[in-house]
Design a protein around this ligand. Structure first.
Ligand code: ASP
Length: 318
């Protein structure tokens, strides 16, 4: 186990088709600002000796509250024009995890996932049961239309105009925006957290990788992983735990394992997306096979905080 007294944090705001031409300077500025605020929220906790899971959760909450990402406020619309939210979190030290799917009213799904993680009787909850328990435990609930934004409504309308059943079609020309964070704290413990509204125009009730431990989110004592992309491929490759297994049983480095998972396993099935990962030495990897991926990192060692969108960004970490 690492004896590091330093910490690192890495976040993503979703992989997808992010065209330079379609991203105005103003929009880019606002997105970069929110990514930096997310990094700062997590960094504050880690710098005071807080846990990786608290830091990852705080970083994700900041992105859930931003209209620019497909999680919490700003979540995508489902086939029937509603929002169904998913989130999961895992603590690599305790191997405890919490996950929820198809919530219609929890304002910050990742916080409720963290509440589940601290319980011994349950890992994953869905739908009305999740909303009811969150209510009982005093998590903030909102009307489903709280999550509405005109940007996501237009995206949904575009998807429907392509085909009434479009799920992946919309993805080929529109940004996604799932959010996630991975962290290592001053005790060398790792954690990962992910939150999403899923895919635009998804069938009501569809569950993606973000809600599933081992697929969209995984952490153990070796690495922590948070994914974004077309969830079905991430589920079929159990990609987040695949990275950990490639490292533990295949002897691969974090960089090798994450690249193999994204560029071979996931891409071979025809999937598209990316992941962020951190290992117990604080190494970070952020591979993707989509056009871009909003992402950023804080490294206490050199006191750097960086945000990237494309691999062509200066010194972009891949
Ligand atoms: N992975 C998410 C899902 O399939 C979507 C995304 O990452 O953009 O629900």
């Amino acid at each position: 186990m690492s004896t590091t007294k330093t910490f690192s944090l890495c976040i993503h705001g979703g992989a997808g088709v992010i065209n330079k031409e379609n991203l105005s300077d103003k929009e880019k500025e606002l997105i970069v600002k929110d990514l930096n605020l997310s990094l700062s929220a997590g960094k504050e906790i880690l710098s005071k000796g807080g846990t990786a899971s608290d830091a990852a959760c705080a970083a994700v909450v900041r992105l859930e509250n931003s209209v620019h990402f497909n999680a919490g406020k700003g979540a995508v619309f489902s086939r029937s024009g509603q929002h169904f939210l998913e989130a999961s979190i895992m603590d690599g030290h305790t191997l405890k995890a919490g996950a929820l799917a198809n919530s219609r009213s929890i304002k910050n799904p990742i916080e409720f996932a963290k509440t589940l993680m601290h319980r011994d009787d349950i890992v994953m909850l869905s739908g009305t049961a999740a909303d009811n328990m969150a209510n009982q435990l005093k998590h903030e609930l909102v009307e489903n239309n709280y999550f509405d934004t005109s940007f996501r409504k237009n995206q949904w309308e575009t998807a429907k105009s392509l085909s009434e059943n479009a799920i992946f079609l919309d993805h080929s020309n529109l940004k996604m925006g799932t959010v996630g964070a991975v962290a290592i704290d001053q005790n060398g413990h790792l954690a990962a957290a992910t939150s999403t509204g899923g895919m635009t125009n998804k069938i009501d009730g569809r569950i993606g990788d973000t809600a599933i431990i081992g697929c969209g989110t995984y952490a153990n004592s070796i690495c922590a992983v948070s994914c974004t992309g077309i969830g079905e491929y991430f589920i079929r490759t159990t990609i987040a735990s695949l990275v950990a297994n490639l490292m533990e049983y295949g002897g691969l480095s974090l960089e090798e394992a994450t690249h193999k998972a994204i560029h071979e396993h996931q891409a071979m099935l025809g999937g598209e997306g990316g992941l962020i990962a951190i290992d117990n030495q604080g190494h970070i990897a952020m591979p993707y096979n989509s056009q871009g991926m909003y992402r950023g990192l804080v490294n206490e060692l050199d006191d750097s905080q960086k945000v990237y969108i494309w691999n062509t960004d200066e010194n972009a970490l891949k």
